[in-house]
Design a protein around this ligand. Structure first.
Ligand SMILES: Nc1ncnc2c1ncn2[C@@H]1O[C@H](COP(=O)(O)OP(=O)(O)O)[C@@H](O)[C@H]1O
Ligand SMILES: [Mg+2]
Length: 425
């Protein structure tokens, strides 16, 4: 059945979508697009649209409005592209959801735990989008799934350079995404796992451990299971990270998007009781150039401090050097011959190293550790929040920092991130 797009006036277009089709669009740079559902039912990445409500999308947004039964959409504003497609993998994804739901029902009956699902694949195949879809479908049938985000580059739970977990209690907001109240966040400090694989794997294991504990305390979360997002690095060290995460979280299902080679490798290396499935990517998923990814990372940090569409005012204040303890994780590599007997170079990667204040910290993100003292394991401690160092005054012996909350900091222990943020506001 052909879809008809009718121009209603200069700037707005009405689209009639047939069942099982989607309207895909990209918002042009520095433009804004508004959409309204005028008739029928439709959803965006698994969140149902409310009729006649206006949804706004800004610069760079890449969106698909999908309908199972047909609908009418009115769109206003400048899009880079906008077209309707009937060729989507949504039925496959819905079937995955149905299979997971059966596993949850079984877990309920047998007093066991619900499915732990990992989504893997190269960059730009729709991994994050599929996570959102499966989480939305799960909450819509009354589940409380946990979203585990292991993507340190383009993660959505916290700022770049972190891994985290979030109990999902309601569908994602169409514009803002999932409500980020009380996420569990571990500071990694770099936007690629390759910067320190040993540390990355350690944090993934730590998150899994915390998740297991939470499941013990919350039966509903245990039955609902988790959806694990991963980064697009699937070769070499990246592949090792995937298999390690599958093991740490005791994944029951691994969905491989759009890469047969990865699918075959996992089929070979992962124990047979784990179900590995290969699924197509959506033709709507758009490749994001390197510069755009960088821009997204910056925006994610900006949003952490300034809120979604600048709804918060961050605080700027001075911190005396004497009031904080600075650390970084990982000591510089030294030749094997210089190491004490029994110490391997890898041990250095997860070593906590005290730091002195210096100008080099300028613009760096610092994680505020939840550890109370150096004896606590600062390396794997969760992060209470993040600040950016916006000025270093060596004479006054103080920093100026940007913080989402007013002073005092909740802890004096700060851990350096490689990630930087220039506050150009
Ligand atoms: N069906 C679709 N139509 C249009 N855009 C889409 C569709 N699915 C995903 N996208 C967009 O494509 C981009 C890449 O998807 P994403 O899920 O982030 O990929 P990955 O996590 O694999 O890198 C995102 O901006 C997302 O909003
Ligand atoms: Mg992603």
């Amino acid at each position: 059945m052909a879809e008809t797009a009718m121009k209603s006036d200069e700037n707005s277009t009405e689209y009639q979508l047939a069942r099982d089709s989607e309207l895909r669009f990209e918002v042009e740079n520095n433009e804004e697009v508004e959409v309204q559902l005028k008739d029928g039912m439709a959803e965006i990445f698994g969140t149902e649209l409310t009729k006649n409500n206006t949804y706004k999308f800004t610069s760079g947004a890449k969106i698909a409005i999908f309908t199972w039964h047909g609908c009418t959409i009115r769109m206003t504003g400048q899009t880079e592209v906008a077209y309707v497609s009937k060729d989507t993998p949504m039925v496959t994804y819905l079937n995955s959801h149905a299979a997971l739901e059966q596993m949850r029902q079984q877990a309920e009956r047998e007093e066991s735990r619900g499915p732990r699902v990992m989504i893997v694949g190269p960059t730009d195949v729709g991994k994050s989008t599929l996570c959102r879809l499966l989480l939305n479908y799960a909450v819509r049938v009354g589940r409380r799934p946990t979203f585990v985000d292991l993507d340190v580059g383009q993660g959505v739970i916290s700022i770049p350079g972190t891994v985290g977990a979030l109990l999902v209690e309601r569908p994602a907001d169409v514009e803002e995404g999932f409500s980020l109240q009380a996420p569990l966040v571990c500071h990694f400090g770099s936007t690629s796992p390759g910067a320190n694989i040993k540390l990355y794997n350690l944090l993934v294991s730590k998150l899994a451990e915390i998740f297991n504990k939470r499941c013990k305390a919350n039966r509903r979360a245990e039955v609902s299971g988790c959806i694990i997002n991963t980064c697009g690095w699937v070769k070499g060290g990246g592949y090792q990270c995937i298999t390690h995460a599958a093991q740490a979280f005791e994944a029951d299902v691994i969905i491989v998007l759009d890469q047969e080679r990865l699918y075959n490798e996992l089929g070979r290396d992962i124990p047979k009781f784990v179900k590995v499935v290969l699924q197509p990517k959506s033709g709507g998923v758009v490749e994001r150039p390197q510069a755009f990814r960088r821009h997204c990372r910056d925006e994610k940090i900006r949003e952490y401090f300034y809120g979604f569409r600048n709804c918060f005012y961050p605080h700027s204040f001075d911190l005396k050097f004497a009031d904080v303890e600075l650390y970084k994780i990982g000591a510089p590599e030294v030749p094997n011959s210089c190491l004490p007997l029994g110490i391997t170079p890898e041990d250095n990667q997860t070593k906590l190293v005290p730091m002195n204040p210096s100008k080099e910290l300028l613009h760096h993100i610092m994680a505020i550790s939840s550890a109370n003292s150096e004896e606590d394991d600062i390396v794997t401690s969760t992060a209470l929040g993040f600040i950016v160092i916006t000025n270093v005054d060596m004479d006054k012996k103080s920093f100026t920092v940007l913080s989402p909350a007013p002073r005092p900091l909740p802890s004096r222990i700060l851990v350096l991130s490689d990630v930087r943020f220039m506050d150009l506001k």
